[in-house]
Structures are given as structure tokens and as C-alpha cells.
Design a protein around this ligand. Structure first.
Ligand code: XIL
Length: 361
């Protein structure tokens, strides 16, 4: 049985071929993930709250939600003196009673910042950041168990830190300070540095990993509180990529530094796939399979968050549109909330017998 399933997941047999049998085994992704000691989660944007069918899909398949925009600085503090948590509160009220857990995202980022912040002097900027973190983490203490404290601190080209508003004004210490302020505001919350472009074998990803490892070592030598690394995992599909041959060794290095690993925003951008819809779905499913197979073998991984569950609300449709104007197909469920080959591939990996069983942590 073990050999058969592993074989079915191998290169020779395309995901999707397992069909209805596997899909049936996965009536809930979060339930089947929990058997691997993983959570399965999703981002959720306030705009989708009135979509009852989608809300039901999320309740069925996710056990952790992260607000897609509701806790971003522009939303919660658009002008000085105005603090607005209504978007997140609405999401929490809808899902909290059924036992959903919440991640927080993001405390420090270079995007979706209010204009008024960008004209602050370095000294006031530091104070604004301290107050922002202290307030946002403190007010959700005990309700948000994990925070993306610093989002995307690494340079896009993989070389060192990103030249953001924060780095330019406050220097590299802003990262350690943000972590300390977050820890003080909620000592029990998991503190995460979250970034993209760390998963594949391409040269920029390899460089970016080195920059991340160096950052982690510096933070640890300063005693800064850091619990986990978030891999956004916005994977970019091509006919033969991405590949993940070097990923296991990188994850093991993070574990060696005492860190947990969370996949925080998993989706597959199929902007560059020129195939038929069925062909694109097949390729996307293979990428999910290849990626998750590596993750599943790494004991430091705690779970997977996706940036949405259905193509209906994917950010990629407005931010990375396809040249042929057809919708992107990045997530396990299509725009009609029907499972695709990606769902079957995810399900097949999660439902694998204990071939790649996690060793004790
Ligand atoms: C995206 C949201 O999905 C969009 O709705 C918004 O317009 C822009 O931000 N990495 C991140 C997320 O860390 O916060 C981004 O979310 C997607 C990329």
C-alpha cells in the first residue's frame, strides 16, 4: 500500500490521476493535516464575509486563518489617532465561535503603510513602530497565537536586507527591536520573520537563504526573541520549475538554529503557463506535490497556510494577471469552489501512509 501510494505520487503518475478516492479521504484538509501534526489554514479578506458558500468552504478545510489585509497598517491606523480593528473583529466574530485560530500579519512591512508615516523623522518613526506593535499585539493577546512580526525584510535580489522605510530610517536594529516589543506585548505569541522567494533552487533563492540565515544568527547573537521562520511560498510555475532539491537541507539548517517553520501564504502563480486549463492544473498540482513532499519530511514544520483556498478571491488575479486575461488557477478550489487537481495532490500527500513520518520533535 505504502509503495503504491508513493509510486502514484512519483513523477510517472500525474497528480489528479488518483481521483475521487483520494478526494473522499480528504473531506477536510485541516483534519487530514492534523493527522500529520500539521495545521492547514488560509488567508481571509473581509470582502468575502458575505459569501456564505466560501465561508463554509473555509470552515471545512481550515483550522487557522490569517487576515489578508485587515491588520495592515493602512487599515488599522489610516490617519494618526484613528485606530480601526473592525475588519479583523468581523472576521474573528464569524469564525472564532467554531474554534478557528488566528495568525496575525504583518506588524512591520514596507507596503500598505499610511502616507502620514512616511514623512516622520527617524526618532518619531521608531516611536510610532513601538506603539503600533505594543498596541496591536497587546490588544489581541491570547487571541492571536502567532505573528508575522517582520514581513519581507530581505532584499528582492536576495542580497542582504531590503532598503525599506524601516531600514533606511532606523538601521538593521529595527528587526530585533520589533521582535522585543512584540514579545513584551504578548509573551506567549509565536514570533515569526516571514519572507518570499526562499523555496526553490534558483540562484536568487539560494542567495536569499544565506541572507536569512545570516540575519537569524545576528538576531540570536543579540538575544532577540525569534521563534519561527515563515516561508510565504508564493510558488511561480513554469514548465519545469520550480524545483525543490535543495529545500530539505535549508529547512534542516533552520531547525538546527532552534527555529520552527511555518508555510504562510502558499499558492502557485501560473502566469507563465501557456497550456490548456487542464494542462495548467496538472502542472500546478505537480508543484504542490513536489513542495509538500519536502515539507512533510521536515519535523520543524508546524503547518501550512494558503493565500486563500479558492481561485475566486486570489490576489494573483489583480496583482499578477495572465497575459491571455484568463483567471489564474493558483489554489486547490476553482472559482466555483470545486476541487481541482491541486486539491487531489495536496490530499494525496497529506493522506500518505507514514512513509515519511515525522521523527519526534
Ligand atoms: C496582498 C493581498 O492579498 C492583497 O489583497 C493586497 O492588495 C496586497 O497584499 N505577500 C504578503 C501579503 O505578505 O500581505 C500580500 O497580500 C501578498 C504578498
Amino acid at each position: 500500500m505504502v509503495a503504491v501510494v508513493v509510486c502514484a505520487l512519483g513523477q510517472a503518475t500525474p497528480p489528479g490521476a488518483l481521483g475521487a478516492e483520494v478526494a473522499h479521504a480528504c473531506s477536510s484538509l485541516s483534519q487530514v493535516a492534523s493527522r500529520r501534526h500539521w495545521f492547514w489554514g488560509s488567508s481571509f479578506d473581509r470582502q468575502a464575509l458575505n459569501d456564505a458558500a466560501f465561508v463554509q468552504l473555509v470552515k471545512t478545510h481550515a483550522s487557522v486563518l490569517v487576515p489578508e489585509n485587515a491588520l495592515k497598517w493602512t487599515v488599522v491606523n489610516p490617519v494618526p489617532g484613528i485606530r480601526d480593528l473592525s475588519d479583523f473583529t468581523a472576521i474573528e466574530q464569524r469564525f472564532g465561535p467554531s474554534g478557528m485560530r488566528f495568525r496575525g500579519h504583518p506588524l512591520v512591512w514596507h507596503e500598505q503603510l499610511p502616507e502620514w508615516l512616511e514623512t516622520a523623522t527617524p526618532e518619531t518613526l521608531r516611536e510610532h513602530l513601538r506603539q503600533h506593535i505594543t498596541w496591536l499585539v497587546g490588544v489581541h493577546r491570547g487571541r492571536i497565537h502567532s505573528w508575522d512580526v517582520v514581513n519581507e525584510p530581505l532584499a528582492h535580489d536576495g542580497q542582504g536586507l531590503r532598503a525599506s522605510l524601516w531600514l533606511n530610517a532606523l538601521g538593521p536594529d529595527y528587526i530585533a527591536e520589533a521582535l522585543r516589543w512584540a514579545r513584551a506585548a504578548d509573551p506567549d505569541a509565536q514570533l515569526v520573520i516571514n519572507d518570499y522567494g526562499l523555496e526553490g533552487d534558483d540562484p536568487v533563492s539560494l542567495l536569499k537563504r544565506q541572507s536569512l540565515l545570516q540575519l537569524v544568527r545576528e538576531l540570536q547573537s543579540q538575544g532577540a526573541p525569534l521563534d519561527a521562520i515563515g516561508l510565504q511560498a508564493h510558488l511561480h510555475a513554469s514548465a519545469h520549475g520550480p524545483t525543490f532539491h535543495s529545500l530539505a537541507a535549508f529547512l534542516a539548517e533552520l531547525r538546527g538554529l532552534g527555529l520552527k517553520i511555518v508555510v504562510t501564504e502558499l499558492d502557485v502563480n501560473d502566469q507563465d503557463l501557456l497550456d490548456t486549463v487542464a494542462g495548467r492544473d496538472q502542472r500546478i498540482a505537480e508543484i504542490y506535490r513536489d513542495f509538500l513532499m519536502v515539507l512533510l519530511a521536515e519535523p520543524a514544520v508546524e503547518g501550512i497556510m494558503q493565500w486563500g483556498l479558492s481561485d475566486r478571491y486570489s490576489w494573483l488575479n489583480h496583482e499578477k494577471p495572465r497575459r491571455d486575461h484568463t483567471p489564474q488557477r493558483p489554489l486547490p478550489f476553482d472559482r466555483d469552489l470545486q476541487p481541482k487537481a491541486a486539491f487531489e495532490a495536496i490530499c494525496a500527500v497529506l493522506a500518505l501512509p507514514k512513509v515519511v513520518e515525522r521523527s519526534t520533535q
